[in-house]
Design a protein around this ligand. Structure first.
Ligand SMILES: [Zn+2]
Length: 469
């Protein structure tokens, strides 16, 4: 019955989605102003949503052109649907124009179909269809639309500075059945603050070390430049042996007495570093065998003592596990060293609810201060969690089950979704089990079936939560 209602709107849904997809709503700081806080594209997409909402008789409320809402329903409590209309840049290699949507017999192809314009239109239509059924609303609905989800979340930061926090809500910006918990996500740098004097002439001097560019990725390449005074062939031989023993790829080249060593690892997302191979930590592990200059050897020793082969915070004294949310994970995403300034490690640490992050970090800092290292905290987002047995989550999941026959459980992730902006909210769709996940990739598409099925699930869920209950 819900699906039939949605089918009656099929061509309108696709037309409205096409209009939204045709807007190149990529953040462009070079054209930012008060009128276009993250560039003209994202604002144009936001205005487009206001236009279709006003056409359909809904109220809208803009917040500094960076976020806003469409208002529906009636009642005391506010149910929030948190969407975003900005997209990541198209990138290369598309078979079609990413901002000229192509509709085939079964799919819609364009940047943003999955993330997050398709799900945004699906959720919008769920509200519109209920409204046109003249239901007796028990809650107000705010469809909150952000324009900076893909970068800094300036949209939701600004929005919730002044606007009402929904009592409940979901973000249609991930997967079904629902993501009900997300780990806390922190980034910090461990910085070497003390340079050591060498008493004896060292055999080897570490000139520089570079590995990784992003805190949330396991680095797949590391390069060390070492001044080798003697036994060059021996060092190269032991490096070759090391690579072999550890089943790693790498290279060594010599240029006027300076040996350049390169190790290749395996890049994976920093939320689960145990699945990757950290090229940087392996190369430091090799360097630990050489009699390096004192500053470098302190740096290498730090890695050995606290970081190497410690994907779950165990060597930092931060091992922690809950059955609901899993383990603390520690990814050493960025490693730099040079013989002028010393070195630093850029760390992405994710933690379940219950882990006392600030306390653990303070204790660790005290311990490593004595070794000539300091901590600079970047960002710390606390864990986000809604009990999966909460009636609200149950309603969402039951709806999904009714309509798909799939009885998967809602789950928790190490990553972060847009839902964490809500006090009580979960990520709910719109990818299904069989969806090809091309978010942020070339040839991103959404099947018509997925678009209509998601709309139908949102329709029934909103009916249960905002009309019946
Ligand atoms: Zn998204």
């Amino acid at each position: 019955m819900w699906k039939d209602k949605v089918l009656a709107y099929e061509s309108q849904i696709i037309d409205d989605l096409k209009g939204l997809l045709a807007i190149e709503s990529v953040r462009d700081d070079s054209k930012a102003s008060d009128a276009y806080p993250v560039g003209p594209g994202p604002r144009k997409a936001l205005d487009y949503m206001y236009e279709i909402a006003e056409r359909d008789g809904f109220g809208t409320h803009d917040v500094d052109h960076i976020a806003g809402r469409i208002e529906a329903g009636a009642g005391e409590d506010v149910f929030g649907i948190l969407c975003h209309v900005d997209v990541v840049p198209a990138g290369d290699g598309w078979d079609t124009d990413p901002f000229d949507p192509v509709v085939t017999s079964d799919k819609i192809i364009a940047r943003g179909t999955l993330d997050d314009k398709g799900p945004t239109i699906a959720a919008y239509y769920a509200v519109k269809i209920l409204n046109e059924m003249n239901v007796d609303w028990k809650k107000r609905i705010h469809i909150i639309i952000g324009t900076d989800e893909e970068s800094d979340w300036k949209c939701t930061d600004r929005y919730f500075e002044t606007e009402e926090m929904p009592t409940l809500g979901f973000a249609p910006d991930a997967e079904f059945p629902a993501i009900h918990g997300e780990k806390g996500i922190s980034t910090f740098d461990v910085i070497q603050t003390v340079k050591a004097e060498d008493i004896d002439e060292p055999d080897y001097e570490l000139y520089s070390f570079v590995s990784g560019q992003r805190y949330n990725m396991v680095p797949d390449e590391a390069i060390a430049k070492v001044l080798v005074k003697e036994n060059m062939t021996d060092v190269i031989q032991s490096f070759e042996n090391y690579l072999q023993q550890n089943q790693l790829d790498g290279t060594s080249t010599v240029d006027s007495g300076v040996l350049e060593l390169k190790v290749f690892g395996k890049a994976v997302h920093g939320m689960d570093p145990s699945k990757g191979t950290n090229a940087g930590l392996y190369l430091l592990n090799f360097l630990a065998n050489l009699k390096l200059d004192k500053t470098a050897s302190n740096f290498v020793a730090f890695s050995e003592r606290y970081l190497f082969k410690s994907d779950f915070g165990e060597k930092m004294g931060m091992k922690f596990h809950t059955d609901v949310m899993g383990d603390v994970t520690t990814n050493i995403g960025v490693i730099n060293y040079n013989n002028q300034e010393g070195g630093s490690f850029g760390i992405n640490l994710r933690y379940p609810e219950g882990f006392e992050f600030t306390k653990a970090l303070t204790r660790f800092e005290e311990e490593i201060n004595a070794l000539g290292f300091d901590i600079e905290l970047g960002k710390n987002q606390s864990p986000h969690y809604v009990d999966k047995n909460d009636p609200f989550v149950q309603s969402l999941v039951e709806t999904y089950r009714n309509q798909t026959g799939d009885h998967s459980e809602p789950y928790v992730i190490g990553g972060g979704t847009y839902a964490r902006n809500l006090d009580k909210g979960v990520a709910f769709g719109a990818m299904f089990k069989d969806t090809e996940d091309l978010m942020h990739q070339k040839n991103e598409y959404m099947t018509k079936k997925q678009l209509l099925d998601a709309t139908s699930i949102y329709l029934e869920a909103l009916y249960k939560l905002c009309v019946e209950g």
